[in-house]
Ligand binder design. Sequence first.
Ligand code: BEZ
Length: 212
Amino acid sequence: MPTIRLGDIAPNFTAQTSEGEINFHEWLGDSWGVLFSHPADYTPVCTTELGTVAKYTDEFNARNVKVMALSVDGLVSHKGWIKDINETQDTTVNFPIIADEDRKVSSLYDMIHPNADDKMTVRSVFIIGPDKKVKLTITYPASTGRNFDELLRVIDSLQLTAYHKVATPANWKNGDDCVIVPAVTNEQIPELFPKGHKEVKPYLRMTPQPNL
Ligand code: BEZ
């Protein structure tokens, strides 16, 4: 299967999920999307991850992001495990989990890394833009739960670039100054960045975060 690279169209699929059959691109609509795999149902780290994602519903909604999980376990397993997640993580899982028993989607997205484990999916994450293009890919090992605050931070950065023509510097967090993207000319700056800017070097121009 081909590697999925940044800028590629996220491959479309139709899959059985805990919320019924879903065509991925139709389900995404005009939203941003996060597609993430976890190794298996009824495992401890995964239980905390899916509970955390459910608790971040308002954060994802505020950013117009839809979230979909995947493992190679089946629907009956997913539905039983969702009850456990809700109970133990004190939340309500309200996003679809793909039942990828035939590994169709995990193969399409290269989520099984056989030299790590030939049966389970690794912890892959794909962030997808409203244009259906892949904006981020990351892969965590099975034993490390993901940092969903970091995913929200990347989504904020991606949306600042898409909507406000700024990039974000190292360790940027919401509220910090941003970097004016190189494609913006100095002549365009006053109109695009009325809060002002500082030219540290001709190629390093900082401005207050535009959307605050
Ligand atoms: C877990 O989710 O807890 C887990 C899954 C596979 C390997 C290690 C941990």
